[in-house]
Design a protein around this ligand. Structure first.
Ligand code: SF4
Length: 361
């Protein structure tokens, strides 16, 4: 059963329904000129300066950055920013002046390169002054954030940036099982649960920390594992946990090792959610909100002070939306292209590398 069908069983009890994609409401689309052309941009839209300054400190078995489209060019994760990267990012942001957006900081691991990350925060903060930016969210495996306790400058910069919340990936409560999945390089200390807990402690001083657990075979794959994960999250002082299903894949991807892993390890988040909601001896959690549209759906519940999101997504639908001629997503890639897609050569809205004095770099 898919997640939307499972959530439909409880539809009358869900307090708020959010449609991520406008259903005929013109006010949810915004006309904006980018690169000299007028585009219809869905609201809300997120902007991602895709992090690819160096290979990620983790090597997660399911990492979607290792999926490869048949016949596509260089993948975004393999592009390294040029010396003029921040100048180009500034130009791309100038194209978005006045457009309401949210920052969604992801790609490879944003925090692996401290100075790049700090300069990124500074550039984005400058745009925030005078332009409408609603949410500011960081997605991280925590590697570069382990230093927060001994790096007051980093902590201050993050606090000043005003993150709405930070999502930390952690796919199992047991550090050995987690390391089997995330395979942190020896250069990272993030595999250690003690270091991770201390990092969460520091982040909790700055903003809300949410834990993201991709449910998968051999990881969190049963109600029992889910309950143990939630108990561990509570012990860290975390108030929100997201259980995400491995995305349904598009046939445009090659059947490489990552593709095969995702296909083989997928665990139904709908089933886990139903087991959780119907478990014996526990009061039914409050069903706070369900979101649908674009390419994902979810249900957010509240259980004894802890928010829990169950979420599933579909890359075929994601690509259909991106190919529709409207703008659902804004990604700034290291080659200077501002795209309406994760592919740095597709749906290019503006090329910052082709502008100004650094042309050709
Ligand atoms: S932390 Fe994220 S980017 Fe890094 S390997 Fe894991 S899934 Fe991929």
């Amino acid at each position: 059963m898919d997640l939307e069908s499972a959530v439909s069983r409880y539809w009358d009890a869900v307090q708020t329904v959010v449609l991520r994609e406008p259903q005929g409401e013109p006010s949810r689309w915004r006309r904006h000129t980018i690169g000299g052309r007028s585009w219809q941009v869905v609201q809300p839209v997120t902007f991602t300066p895709y992090a690819s300054v160096r290979p990620c400190s983790g090597r997660c078995r399911f990492c979607s950055e290792n999926l490869r489209e048949k016949g596509a060019g260089r993948h975004a994760s393999l592009l390294r920013p040029a010396g003029s990267y921040f100048l180009q990012l500034q130009r791309a942001l100038d194209e978005l002046r006045g457009l309401p957006l949210s920052y969604s900081l992801s790609g490879l691991e944003m925090t692996d390169d401290r100075s790049w990350f700090l300069q990124l925060l500074q550039t984005l903060a400058t745009h925030t002054r005078g332009n409408p930016v609603e949410n500011r969210v960081l997605y991280s495996n925590a590697s570069g954030l382990l230093a927060l306790g001994s790096d007051p400058l980093l902590k201050r910069a993050m606090a000043d940036f005003g993150f709405s919340w930070i999502e930390l990936s952690r796919h199992h409560h047991d550090e050995y099982t987690n390391q089997e999945i995330m395979r942190f390089r020896s250069s990272s200390l993030a595999a250690d649960n003690g270091a991770f807990a201390s990092c969460v402690d520091h982040l909790n001083d700055i903003t809300e920390t949410r834990l993201v657990c991709i449910v998968q075979a051999g990881g969190v794959d049963s109600l029992g594992e889910m309950l143990r994960y939630l108990a561990w999250a509570r012990s860290l002082g975390v108030k929100h946990v997201i259980f995400r299903e491995l995305s349904a894949l598009d046939r445009r991807y090659r059947a490489n090792a990552t593709f095969r892993y995702i296909d083989a390890a997928r665990v139904s988040v709908a089933h886990l959610m139903l087991e959780f909601l119907e478990r014996k001896g526990a009061a039914r959690p409050e069903l706070k909100q369900s979101t649908r549209g674009y390419y994902f759906s979810n249900l957010v519940v509240e259980d004894s002070g802890l928010r829990i999101t169950f979420e599933a997504s579909d890359y075929t639908v994601l690509h259909e939306k991106h190919d529709s001629g409207r703008v659902f997503k804004l990604v700034f890639h290291a080659n200077g292209n501002l795209c309406a897609d994760w592919n740095p050569e597709r749906h290019i809205l503006f090329s910052a590398a082709g502008e100004g004095p650094d042309r050709g770099e």
